[in-house]
Ligand binder design. Structure first.
Ligand code: SF4
Ligand code: SF4
Length: 252
């Protein structure tokens, strides 16, 4: 469980830094900057999230996301499992027109003209002005409300505009069979105690995944919580090439 303490600490630190970093995750400023041909901090961060997900999947969500830190703190107040899994599609319906908007903004500006990582911040600090501070409190209220009403990591599940970058990155790395951070099940060790499913911050049916020898799930944020609570070492968070689950189950 030491690993989970480190993870919780990283998430908490990231959340405490959110007044500084908020604009570097902004889905709005990337379009505003794009309309002037400016590559903003959020453009660079989203590109980095996509690039790193080819190797680390959604580990950013599990270990470093400030919104994730806030939502996992909300578990202390209300710890509901997400029941309506269909809400995960909302983010993709929002993502597609948003990406079209970014492309359209840069096209209207005639392409890229400048790079300004600190675009619209006060000396690099997002909440350094009154509008920035108001935006910060509004976003924090939105994220907390979603986590407390929809359930664990309700924002990640429903509307997060960053997660599709990492979901698509993971799909590409799976296709290319790249070595990645991933979960490795050992179904023979599993006693179906259900601890992993109860622990999962993304409300995933982890026990079922272990028993079918296939841990692929686009909502998995590679937090390692399931591996750390399993009393039978039936799940490992590991790095390398993923075993082909179908081939593994044939030979099992
Ligand atoms: S915690 Fe381990 S033994 Fe229990 S259901 Fe999950 S994988 Fe199986
Ligand atoms: S399946 Fe395991 S690693 Fe993935 S989000 Fe759930 S607890 Fe974390």
């Amino acid at each position: 469980m030491k690993r989970q303490k480190v993870r919780q600490l990283l998430l908490l630190l990231s959340f405490l830094l959110f007044p500084v970093t908020l604009f570097y995750f902004s889905p709005y400023l990337i379009i505003q900057g794009g309309a002037a041909g400016i590559v903003t901090g959020s453009f660079i961060v989203f590109a980095a999230l996509f690039g790193t997900s080819l190797v680390f999947g959604r580990a950013f969500c599990g270990w470093l996301c400030p919104g994730g830190g806030l939502q996992e703190s909300c578990r202390l107040v209300a710890d509901k499992k997400i029941k309506r899994k269909g809400i995960r599609w909302i983010k993709y319906f929002l993502w597609a027109p948003w990406i079209a908007g970014i492309i359209g903004a840069f096209a209207a500006a005639g392409g890229f003209h400048a790079v300004d990582f600190f675009y619209m911040t006060e000396h690099g600090i997002s909440a350094g002005s009154l509008p920035g501070l108001a935006t910060y409190f509004a976003i924090v209220a939105l994220i907390a409300t979603l986590a407390l009403t929809i359930g664990r990591r309700g924002m990640c599940y429903s509307i997060c505009w960053m997660s599709p970058f990492m979901v698509f990155g993971t799909l590409i790395s799976d296709k290319l069979r790249l070595p990645t951070l991933h979960l490795q099940p050992v179904p023979a060790n599993c006693t179906s105690c259900g601890r992993c499913t109860r622990q999962c911050p993304m409300s995933i049916e982890v026990t079922a995944m272990v028993n079918r020898n296939d841990m692929r799930n686009p909502e998995c944020i590679l937090c390692g919580g399931c591996a750390d609570v399993c009393p039978s070492s039936a799940i490992h968070l590991t790095f390398g090439k993923k075993e082909n689950p179908r081939r593994a189950s044939k030979t099992a």
